[in-house]
Design a protein around this ligand. Structure first.
Ligand SMILES: Nc1ncnc2c1ncn2[C@@H]1O[C@H](COP(=O)(O)OP(=O)(O)OP(=O)(O)O)[C@@H](O)[C@H]1O
Ligand SMILES: [Mg+2]
Length: 386
């Protein structure tokens, strides 16, 4: 449509309020199918961090609508919050959904660039400088574009632990956020306008932990508490404002504060992690079996791995120690056959997990017998395969 036609239409529409019968109300909250599917898949993978999921899916919707600006990145998000709460995982999950690979992103660990001269690893050295030919810049256009597919020509760029960045890296980051452009050592220009820039930091995490742990008047937290969430959010945003310059804060689309995870959320993450273990077993080649887990085995792992200060990491360690290592032994010693159902329970001492199997045919009967009743906690088991 030409500018002239646009002007004529605007004039015809008039400037009055749109109350006539021929005005149709629009639903500006509706997402297109691709964006809602992306959002649903993120919700399946990321537990209890709805703001992060919504922020990422909003950016994706703007990208799909081609409403982005050529001189700005697709999005600029700052993820704050405690360790092991899903900041990095959210970006990995987004890459996994759009590109089928959680590594399909460019990750810059700012702690590795604490000295200004190290910036040459990111942008290369100018011609004539030592190492000009040997160092291939991490932030070149080819590297940014390498995961693009026909449907998705966007890139997630993750700057982890930005509070550790050197001054030179800050300048570079500001350039990316401001103009979506940087100039490499050899003067080539790199365009970041198709990039979603996500920066993470643990700033304010200790103060947030004190609030959730109850040291300043709150009790141990098990469920969503809107007032507490708002308070934690304020702590994060204030910490960011204290630490970072106003130019930086001004260039962000959103600061997302991740919550510390409740026991209930960790239980949901446990189920996701089981599915990941099941997939690992399938991909190992020797593990074509179905993993099934008693509720009390889940309780055992949660008890072993619950530590609010360290989020999911102790839980993941408990899964590795009590489940993945014994399963690896079972696979390597060929005690499990193709199609077996491997059932994980707690042994009689209550201090270890134990493993039993049923061969394929018996397993099918057994699965049918339990599929009707998901029963009580004690011994009920559900197949874990997705
Ligand atoms: N909210 C969550 N939903 C699902 N899985 C999660 C969540 N939080 C953490 N995890 C699991 O725990 C692992 C560690 O989380 P992640 O690396 O995202 O922590 P982080 O917030 O980036 O911590 P840090 O500040 O230490 O880098 C993830 O790989 C994932 O398996
Ligand atoms: Mg991280």
């Amino acid at each position: 449509m030409s500018t002239m036609e646009l002007k004529t239409m605007r004039a015809a529409a008039g400037m009055g309020d749109a109350t006539g019968a021929d005005w149709v109300s629009l639903n500006a909250r509706q997402r297109c199918d691709e964006a809602s599917e992306f959002e649903q898949e993120l919700f399946k993978r990321i537990v209890a961090q709805d703001d992060a999921v919504m922020a990422l899916s909003q950016i994706y919707q703007v990208y799909l609508a081609k409403m982005t600006l050529p001189s700005k990145p697709l999005g600029a998000l700052l993820f704050l919050g405690p360790t092991g709460s899903g900041k990095t995982r959210s970006v990995e999950a987004a890459a996994e959904i759009l590109f089928g690979d959680s590594y399909a992103m460019v990750k810059v660990d700012c702690a590795e660039f604490q000295h200004s001269h190290e910036i040459s690893k990111l942008i290369g050295s100018p011609p004539g400088y030592l190492g000009h030919r040997e160092t291939r810049p991490i932030l070149s256009q080819e590297i940014l574009d390498r995961f693009h597919t026909l449907q998705n020509k966007l890139t997630f760029v993750l700057f982890d632990e930005i509070e550790k960045a050197s001054d030179a890296l800050w300048q570079l980051l500001l350039g990316v956020l401001d103009k979506a452009r940087i100039t490499l050592g050899d003067n080539r220009v790199v365009d970041f306008s198709s990039c979603v820039i996500v920066m993470t930091s643990n700033l304010g995490a200790r103060e947030m932990a004190e609030v959730t742990e109850g040291k300043v008047g709150f009790t141990r937290r098990f469920e969503a508490e809107p007032e507490l969430d708002a308070r934690i959010e304020r702590i994060g945003v204030e910490a960011a404002r204290r630490k970072f310059s106003p130019e930086f804060i001004n260039r962000l689309d959103k600061i997302v504060v991740f919550r510390s995870l409740s026991e209930e959320s960790l239980r949901r993450i446990l189920d996701i992690e089981f599915q990941i273990v099941q997939r690992r077993a399938l991909m190992s080649g020797g593990g074509n079996f179905v993993l099934s887990c008693a509720e009390r085995a889940k309780d055992f792992l949660l008890a072993e791995g619950f530590d609010r200060r360290y989020g999911t990491r102790p839980l993941k360690r408990a899964i590795e120690r009590h489940m993945v290592i014994p399963l690896s032994n079972l696979i390597a010693t060929k005690q499990i056959d193709v199609g077996d159902v491997v059932y994980v329970d707690v042994d009689e001492t209550g201090r270890e997990l134990c493993f039993k199997k049923k061969p394929c045919s018996a397993a099918m009967e057994w699965t049918q017998s339990i599929s009707g009743g998901r029963g009580g906690r004690g011994g009920s088991a559900q197949p874990l395969a997705a």
